[in-house]
Design a binder for this molecule. Structure first.
Ligand SMILES: [Zn+2]
Ligand SMILES: [Zn+2]
Length: 205
């Protein structure tokens, strides 16, 4: 247990969250059956590393990792993910247009904020995500890291979809000030969940 410096060997630990994403895609131009439109339930595993936050004895609450990730990744759930040059995109959007659902319906409520990154653009109103590259498991990991890297100190992402799995490790690069009462990242020194202020340094109740 003790190292040379008398430090605990598990000073840095990981909190891990898992999410399920159901989506449809195809590998446009690929020589194989994946060229045809099909769907998956993908399992995304997010590993966040930090010291243990003494107030709550956690690295980061796992449900809060999932919540932070889901706020943007929900746009991939029950979505059609197509590469930007895939002609199916124009075809599908024209059917949605014709059907009157291109710009949303009252029952399409599982929507996150629309986003555009260098890797993809989300159109939550019609549950379509347009990607620069084919959405493989490897490609999705790059998209996820890019979307979440400034919100969570992600050091490993694993994505399993059908019989394909990919994983990637990333350097620890964020040091987040976390609330000692509920464990989540403070925003400008204030906990968005319980109102704890770093300057006052006391948990309520
Ligand atoms: Zn597939
Ligand atoms: Zn708090």
């Amino acid at each position: 247990m003790n190292t040379k410096n008398n430090e605990c060997c598990c000073k840095k630990i990981r909190s891990v969250a898992k999410l399920e994403i159901q989506y449809a895609h195809r590998f446009y131009g690929f020589k194989g059956e994946a060229r045809y439109l099909h769907g998956h339930t993908g399992t995304l595993k997010l590993e966040v590393e930090d010291t243990v936050n003494p107030g709550v004895n956690m690295v980061y609450p796992c449900n809060e990792i999932a919540k932070t990730a889901w706020a943007v990744l929900r746009n991939f759930d029950h979505a059609l993910v197509l590469r930007e040059d895939d002609p199916l995109l124009t075809a599908v959007l024209s059917v949605y247009e014709h059907e009157g659902v291109r710009n949303g319906t009252p029952t399409n409520t599982n929507k996150g904020p629309a986003f555009r990154t260098s890797l993809c653009t989300a159109y939550p109103e019609c549950r379509v995500v347009v990607t620069r590259e084919t959405m493989t498991v490897e490609g999705f990991i790059r998209i996820v890291y890019d979307l979440l890297k400034d919100k969570l100190n992600l050091v490993k992402i694993t994505f399993k979809s059908g019989s394909n799995t990919a994983s990637a490790e990333f350097p620890s690069r964020l040091t987040l000030d976390r609330c000692p009462c509920c464990g989540i990242a403070l925003k400008d020194g204030v906990c968005p969940k319980c109102g704890y202020r770093k300057s006052q340094g006391k948990c309520q109740g």
